[in-house]
Design a protein around this ligand. Structure first.
Ligand SMILES: [Zn+2]
Length: 82
């Protein structure tokens, strides 16, 4: 499945990264649009690249017990990371 098709089928996904790799993909839309290329999402995906953790484990590492993808950027913001 192409990334374009994946983003079409998953409207709440704004980015995706290769765990322990270098690739990251963002929903198109531009900095001022509704896409995923935003500083918080770039940092979020970079953490997947660097740590190799999925969303649930990354949320846990950020102190959000039982959290998921939607909890990561607010946790990063609360720690003044984004
Ligand atoms: Zn994520």
């Amino acid at each position: 499945m192409s990334m374009a098709r994946y983003f079409d089928k998953n409207p709440n996904t704004f980015g995706m990264a290769e765990p322990l790799g270098t690739s990251a993909y963002y929903r198109p839309g531009g900095i001022f649009g509704s896409g995923g290329i935003k500083p918080g999402n770039i940092f979020h995906e970079a953490l997947h690249n660097a740590l190799g953790l999925g969303d649930d484990d990354l949320a846990e590492k950020l102190g959000v017990h039982g959290g998921g993808s939607a909890d990561i950027n607010p946790a990063l913001a609360s720690h003044h990371c984004i």
